[in-house]
Design a protein around this ligand. Structure first.
Ligand code: SIN
Length: 330
């Protein structure tokens, strides 16, 4: 009987709680990114039955400290692995705090069609019932599964398969910490088996206009958070200071009359993108809050994901008149 050749999966490690350690058994006090992924692999004995594994460390840090340089290093490594015939798929281990930002960035810039799956953990490797080993096991299983090819950057956490575009961390304590809201997850894992429900519709990886080799420095874009009585002068300052400003508006990307006046009087080059600070719903064009069409609505993208698309769009010189369409496509 012919046996199928074993898959070979590359693991790009970047740190995070999955590689964190603290007092034996405790989940709350620890330092992220202090262990190697190899040492976690040794605690997941059956993982070697799924695939042959090779680990490439890009950095080892708390994901709050991930820099633009780290992001581009991950891109370069993942694209090298795409070209390397020895590997069938790629897993990226990452801290959960900013996992969704790296996932969306990579989803937009990677020229990769092999399965590429991110994972992390809420409990450090030294905690009782650490969640990292199972997440890593399932991420490797999914990366070895041809069904995950050309699906963009995926993430596996807590038995759930998410698209890198849509997932959001919603819980700071529980192991089931991620959500996608209305779009629903891409699928589920049962041990090493993947059950896919739908494919990502928005442009990603090989279908993205940003998946090119040339890497400009990213534009400077910041987020202005709207609340009752938020300071309009702060927004005016940000518009003078940054290449783009994301408005994290209330409701469907809304704000006060004072803020509307700042936006309407602004004639400079900064791009203004409207998002909602809510988890669900979307920001669309608004004849009420933006009758002069001075802003670009980001639809369902969260403020921090809209920031990434805005950075790329400005860095790659996407013309202003294409921005509306861009936020509908990506
Ligand atoms: C981090 O994001 O690096 C720390 C928190 C985590 O991984 O859960």
């Amino acid at each position: 009987m012919e046996t199928k050749p074993k898959k070979r999966i590359a693991i790009i490690s970047t740190g995070g709680t999955i590689a964190g350690s603290g007092r034996m058994g405790e989940a709350a006090t620890y330092r992220a990114g202090t262990l190697s992924v190899e040492s976690i692999l040794s605690s997941v004995s059956s993982i070697q039955e799924l695939a042959d594994l090779e680990v490439f460390s890009v950095c080892s840090k708390d994901s709050n400290d991930i820099t633009e340089e780290d992001l581009f290093r991950i891109k370069v490594k993942a694209e090298e692995l795409e070209q390397d015939d020895r590997f069938d798929g790629i897993v990226i281990t990452h801290g959960t705090d900013t996992l969704e930002e790296t996932a969306f960035f990579l989803n937009l810039v990677l020229n990769v069609s092999k399965p590429i799956v991110m994972t992390g953990a809420m409990r450090p490797a030294t905690a009782t019932s650490a969640d990292g080993p199972m997440n890593l096991y399932q991420a490797v299983a999914l990366a070895a599964n041809p069904k995950a090819e050309k699906m963009g950057v995926l993430a596996v956490l807590s038995d759930t398969i998410y698209s890198g575009r849509d997932l959001t961390k919603v819980n700071s304590i529980k192991t089931d910490a991620f959500e996608v809201g209305d779009p629903g997850p891409i699928g589920y894992m049962q041990d090493d088996k993947a059950y896919l429900i739908h494919a990502p519709y928005r442009r990603h990886t090989i279908y993205s206009r940003f998946a090119i080799e040339q890497i400009p420095r990213l534009a400077r874009v910041e987020i202005y958070y709207v609340h009752a009585q938020s300071d309009p002068d702060l927004l005016a300052y940000m518009l003078e200071t940054y290449d783009g400003v994301i408005i994290a508006g209330s409701g469907s990307g809304n704000y006060s009359q004072e803020i509307r006046e700042v936006i309407e009087n602004y004639t400079g080059p900064a791009l203004i993108v409207r998002t909602s600070r809510l988890l669900e719903g979307a920001a669309f064009e608004s004849p009420v809050f933006d009758p002069l069409k001075k802003t670009i609505p980001a639809h369902r993208l969260s403020p921090h994901k809209a920031r990434i698309l805005t950075q790329l769009a400005l860095s790659y010189g996407v013309p202003r008149e294409e921005m509306l369409a861009l936020f509908r496509e990506y």
